[in-house]
Design a protein around this ligand. Structure first.
Ligand code: P6P
Length: 335
């Protein structure tokens, strides 16, 4: 066998298709469609500075065309790919207040729905910091061929068929799980394929990185303030003081912690008493990945994946990452 053997995302999905025997390829095609959208978004993200598609929506570029912000472009690209892919009947997107019904002839009888944040961390786009796409796939629970309803989207995260993210960083990577471990694929632009580069990703049980926006410290629960102080105390046996790393792009912070170990916290604050991050298309998919990689993800009171959603855009606090670090943070939170 060639030592240069690559496994593309498409080949990997087909090889793993037996995980969903009832899918007869539909599920595989849906993952493929998300991969296609990610490649196009990656191209747009990487040329944004050149094509004057940065900046505020509504302005005109030198060609006199309306400038759309990259997150709007990403949303349109994802919806277009899923509409033409034929496997998704509706989408809940961070960019749309209501459910996006896909009633194209090929898709209206589709079996799956998708939740997504098409381009998370968009405030970082203009300063060339890593950003990401986050997605979940669920099997619809309402009758096929009828418009999807919130019932299809208010499924608990533990019912998710797949959760994943794409990080547009020094390279573009797609990381996803279907409940049988986490695998990472790096985009090779020379062949336009996502290639398996990080098989069976596991998050270390411990780490030395804590990610939290300390600018909000004074508004945080006392227990979290005490936990941050604990992270900063010198203690050789427990590898402290930890390093503070906060990119302000959830996907980038999570991907680093998944790779090296660490904890990501967006706690309740006075400004956002339920936390800032959204359950359906940020916390649920990220939590599925982190748990599948051997980590832990909770609101501080309950497992994120067990929450019964009641709003498309509801926010929850999140403590997510290396199991032992999350447990230590919970000790302080619940003191
Ligand atoms: P703050 C980006 O806007 C985002 O939704 C996440 O990607 C990120 O983790 C968080 O918000 C950053 O929020 O309040 O720290 O700027």
């Amino acid at each position: 066998m060639s030592k240069f053997k690559i496994t593309t995302l498409g080949q990997f999905i087909i090889e793993r298709q037996n995980e969903y025997p009832e899918a007869q390829g539909a599920f595989s095609r849906l993952l493929r469609d998300i991969g296609i959208a990610a490649k196009v978004i990656s191209r747009e993200v990487n040329r944004a500075g050149l094509a004057e598609i940065l900046g505020e929506a509504g302005k005109e570029n030198i060609q006199g065309e309306d400038v759309k912000k990259l997150d709007i472009i990403a949303n349109e690209l994802m919806i277009d790919c899923l509409t033409r892919g034929g496997e998704c009947c509706a989408i809940a997107s961070e960019e749309d207040d209501d459910i996006v019904q896909i009633d194209s002839p090929v898709s209206k009888n589709a079996n799956y729905v998708v939740t997504m944040d098409p381009l998370d961390g968009s405030s970082n786009i203009d300063v060339n910091v890593s950003i990401g796409t986050i997605f979940c796939i669920y099997k619809r629970v309402t009758p096929i061929g009828t418009p999807a309803t919130t019932e299809d989207f208010f499924q608990k995260g533990n019912k998710m068929l797949a959760g994943g993210y794409v990080i547009y960083g020094s390279s573009t990577m797609l990381v996803y799980t279907t409940g049988n471990g986490v695998n990472g694929f790096t985009l090779d632009p020379s062949i336009g394929e996502f290639c398996l580069s990080h098989p069976n990703m596991k998050i270390p049980k411990d780490g030395k990185i804590y990610s939290i926006n300390e600018g909000n410290r004074l508004e945080m629960p006392e227990g979290i303030k005490d936990y941050i102080s604990w992270c900063q105390e010198a203690d050789k046996p427990t590898n402290r003081p930890y390093s503070a790393r906060y990119i302000g792009s959830m996907v980038a912070d999570i991907h680093r912690n998944l790779s090296k170990g660490g904890i990501f916290i967006y706690p309740p604050t006075a400004k956002v008493p339920n936390g800032k991050l959204r359950l359906l298309y940020e916390c649920n998919p990220i939590s599925f990945i982190i748990e599948q990689a051997g980590g832990k993800s909770t609101t501080g009171k309950e497992r994120i994946l067990d929450i019964q959603p009641n709003d498309l855009h509801q926010r929850v606090p999140i403590f997510c990452g290396s199991e032992n670090m999350v447990n230590k943070a919970l000790e302080y939170l619940n003191k």
